[in-house]
Write a protein that binds this ligand. Structure first.
Ligand SMILES: *Cc1c(COP(=O)(O)O)cnc(C)c1O
Length: 845
């Protein structure tokens, strides 16, 4: 008979070890070397067997061993030290505490969080980024509250069939065994949220809390007694099921998430968030719930409440392709929102409207509900402005109000301990602050840097051997056939890593374009290359599984299997070894489909060099000395030819640049020119790729201004929100009659550089006043079709005109030679707009 459930019954910790329980309760142990050492010393074998999961380890360690530790002076002293360190970390003022006028708290919503492999609630980059965001916020003392869902099975575990086909397993996660705690209300009962479902059903969810250093992460779990069977399944899997399942997950995340925050703040006395940040559109319904709160609590209209909510909402988009956007049938959304009392469903549906009238678009709702929005790298910002330009008709894509903050990675999580120790020795901690410490790498000799790289590569090779062995056994091979696995990979050979999810745009198999050429690189007698590959395909994507099978079949060939391998079950625990140990991190997406990419940043922090298509972050920060850019065949429309060209460029780079440099050694065996690039990578990229840089950017560029706007809207019984809503109505009603009637220009002297052009424009304001608008002269380079590019603007000032007509006047500097063009336009203007494009209306001459 099989058990329905299993749980682990722990031995009670002796009183002397109570602090161990506190250390384990806070996930900070997962990125804190002294905590990890302490935990390992509890029982090194069990630590290994548990997959470095302290909860599991403590569940299995014997009472005798605990008794012994409770009498061991040395252990108790270390326990005391680590606990003191944690207490300081949690209570001392940090970077954020020195800022003036910063938000009292910030809510951060994401459908997935990748914090540690023992809390597998992530599938890829979006979740890992969210985890790194929380950790860096904790290090900086930023008062964030994370909100997500607790999935009963998380993302799947991957193994391979004998012929290389991806197999998926969903081991159920028992919340009791996870590093999370149930939130309890003041009366001791478990804290729950509830929201309406269609057909008068109710969805209940339990609130769990994971402690991520100083940051609480609230996770909602629908597997509770009060729910009917269908509702219990809502949080069964990450991105599971069909559209309705997913919509219900997103309603729970957005609406339930706001309710969970209210419950958490009440129980713990935490100040209510002034800013709500949604990591991708999935949590967008959080704005609807906040509108409902204001409409219900303060008798504002929907439109008035919308202004207040928008002011405090930040939306981050992560996809560069329309296909990546979350879209639902409008009817499905309408059916689910009908149960939200007090809100006009029609108005909510308008927020998600797009070109197709039958569709509700979560990204469009995100942009309409957030006064501030951003993409995740400079290039992705540009791509997003083009992709969403339709929402701002009349504006050039450059003016679409979507900025960018380039992603970053959490150094203490992703840097090898040896590298962190060198950094600490030379510069003190690099994790917090702006990362100036990376300049200290100059004090480290070539020899020491190279020794570090060799050590890390060696550790990766050991891990590859262990994993190849296990995976081969799992694929049905017998121990007797597996002698070869003990010597796969070579600790002295140039090692390339490629690991990521397997959607087609990431082109897992680009390196197989010319198999003979790849084989020649792997088997080169003087300058061989070895490649370690990993990645999961979405369970529903047979195309992706096909690519994996193709890769595995190539790597199974006894002629090359010692130099190339596909490791199943890519996760944080495996990724770490790759980032530490590879010499080169390979990334070859179809440009510009990688919004940012962060894996290459993690490799760079450990001294790996990037070899990548100029996409995402690499487009921004490749400088010719920190790695290699694979040239893209831009403009080649035949995808096969494009792949051929880009694969050819990749082989050429490896053969002619990368390998020769790696194997070019001085008399003491050090590849000095390679080490020079490693040093340059650490110095130049180190400070930029940090999640602490990213989070400080969010605080300064988005959270702080959003908190100011929000406070203005809320003050005085939402006076400014009411006023702004009325003003918007007035302006939008009048707008069809607003136009530029006439433009008169006078050249001040000749049309020469340094000259000036005086402009006078007559404008029809259709009842608006000159304070409601900004009249601008827009000028720049003009092409043969008179299209303007590289534009600048000058504000024209209203001038008195006796007959009651409206005139504006100003001067244009003639600051460029060649074809120069200008026009005049009218935009709405109000102190509480974040940008003049906000109402998405403009009248151009
Ligand atoms: C960093 C990371 C990712 C995201 O990397 P990309 O470069 O965006 O593909 C995905 N999975 C794991 C385990 C990671 O560590």
């Amino acid at each position: 008979m099989k058990a329905l459930r299993r749980l682990t019954i722990r031995a009670a910790l002796p009183a002397e070890l109570a602090k161990l329980g506190e250390i384990v309760e806070n996930l900070r142990w997962s990125w804190h070397p002294d905590s990890l050492d302490l935990l390992e010393s509890v029982d090194p074998d069990l630590w290994q067997q548990s997959g470095h999961d302290p909860n599991r380890m403590l569940g299995e360690v014997s009472a005798e061993r605990l008794g012994q530790l409770s009498r061991e002076r040395k252990f108790l002293r270390r326990l005391e030290d680590v606990h003191d360190d944690l207490t300081d970390y949690l209570t001392q003022p940090r970077w954020y505490q020195q800022l003036a006028d910063s938000p009292s708290s910030i809510a951060y919503f994401s459908p997935e969080f990748g914090i540690t492999e023992v809390l597998p609630q992530y599938s890829g980059g979006l979740g890992i980024l969210a985890g790194d965001h929380l950790k860096a916020a904790s290090d900086l003392g930023v008062p964030i509250i994370g909100v997500g869902l607790l999935y009963g099975a998380g993302y799947f575990r991957q193994s391979l069939s004998r012929d290389g086909w991806q197999l998926e397993h969903y081991p159920p996660l028992d919340p009791q065994g996870l590093p999370i705690q149930a939130l309890h209300a003041a009366d001791g009962s478990p804290s729950r949220v509830a929201l309406p479902l269609p057909d008068s059903r109710t969805l209940h969810a339990q609130i769990w809390v994971a402690k991520v250093g100083r940051v609480p992460l609230l996770l909602l779990d629908s597997d509770v007694e009060e729910n009917d069977n269908a509702a219990r399944q809502i949080t069964d899997r990450l991105y599971g099921g069909g559209a309705e399942h997913r919509l219900e997950q997103e309603l729970l995340l957005g609406i339930g998430g706001v309710r969970a925050i209210r419950a958490y703040c009440e129980v713990t006395g935490t100040p209510a968030p002034q800013v709500f940040h949604t990591n991708e559109g999935h949590a967008g319904f959080l704005g609807i719930e906040r509108i409902r709160e204001i409409v219900d609590g303060y008798q504002l209209t929907f439109d008035e409440a919308l202004q207040a909510v928008r002011a405090g909402t930040v939306f981050t988009t992560h996809t560069p392709v329309p296909a990546g956007i979350d879209r639902f049938s409008r009817d499905l959304v309408a059916r689910h929102l009908a149960g939200m009392p007090g809100l006009p469903t029609e108005r909510i549906l308008e927020l998600g409207a797009e070109e197709d009238p039958t569709i509700f678009n979560m990204a469009h709702m995100g942009l309409r509900l957030g006064q501030r929005a951003n993409g995740v790298s400079r290039l992705h910002g540009e791509v997003s402005r083009e992709m969403f330009a339709g929402l701002w008709p009349g504006f050039d894509s450059a003016e679409v109000p979507i900025g960018s903050i380039t992603n970053g990675v959490h150094a203490p999580t992703w840097m090898a301990r040896e590298a962190l120790e060198i950094a600490e020795r030379e510069a003190g901690s690099i994790a917090v602050g702006q990362g100036d410490g990376f300049q200290a790498v100059d004090q480290v000799s070539d020899g020491e840097l190279w020794r570090l790289r060799n050590e890390l590569r060696e550790r990766l090779v050991d891990e590859v051997r262990r994993r190849v062995h296990n995976s081969s056994l799992q694929r049905g091979m017998s121990e007797a056939e597996l002698g070869w696995t003990a010597s796969v990979f070579d600790p002295d050979v140039l090692t390339i890593g490629f690991a990521r999810r397997v959607p087609s745009y990431k082109r897992l198999t680009l390196m197989l374009r010319d198999p003979d050429r790849l084989r020649a690189l792997l088997l080169d007698p003087e300058r061989p290359v070895q490649i370690v590959i990993a990645g999961k395909s979405h369970p529903a994507d047979d195309g992706g599984k096909q690519l994996i099978a193709q890769m595995v079949r190539f790597a199974d060939d006894p002629a090359v299997r010692h130099r190339i391998t596909f490791l199943p079950d890519y996760d944080i625990g495996m990724a770490r070894y790759l980032y530490w140990g590879v010499d080169v991190w390979l990334n070859n997406p179809l440009r510009p489909l990688e919004a940012c990419g962060t894996s290459g940043m993690k490799a760079a922090l450990n001294g790996a060099l990037n070899l990548s298509i100029r996409d995402g972050w690499w487009d921004e920060w490749f400088d010719g000395e920190n790695g290699w850019a694979i040239p893209t065949a831009d403009g080649v429309s035949d995808p096969d030819r494009r792949d051929d060209i880009e694969a050819g460029a990749l082989y050429d780079l490896v053969e002619k640049s990368v390998a020769p440099r790696f194997y070019d050694r001085d008399s003491s065996g050090v590849p000095t020119r390679w080490v020079q690039m490693v040093r340059h990578t650490l110095k130049s990229l180190g400070p930029k790729v940090l999640a602490s840089r990213m989070v400080t950017d969010y605080v300064q560029q988005l959270y702080a201004p959003a908190a100011v706007s929000s406070a203005q809207m809320v003050a005085d019984h939402f006076a400014a929100a009411r006023e702004l809503a009325a003003w918007r109505r007035k302006v939008l009603d009048a707008w069809p009659g607003v136009r530029v009637l006439y433009v008169d220009s006078q050249l001040d002297g000749d049309a020469q550089l340094g000259g000036r052009l005086t402009l006078r424009a007559e404008v029809a304001l259709n009842g608006l006043s000159s304070e409601d608008v900004e009249v601008q002269a827009v000028y720049g380079a003009a092409d043969t079709d008179d299209r303007l590019s590289d534009i600048s603007t000058v504000r024209l000032k209203p001038i008195e005109h006796p007959d009651g007509t409206c005139w504006f006047e100003g001067e244009l500097p003639l600051e460029r030679t060649g074809a120069f063009g200008y026009t005049v336009r009218v935009l709405p203007s109000h102190a509480n707009l974040a940008t003049p494009a906000e109402l998405a209306v403009v009248a151009v001459a």
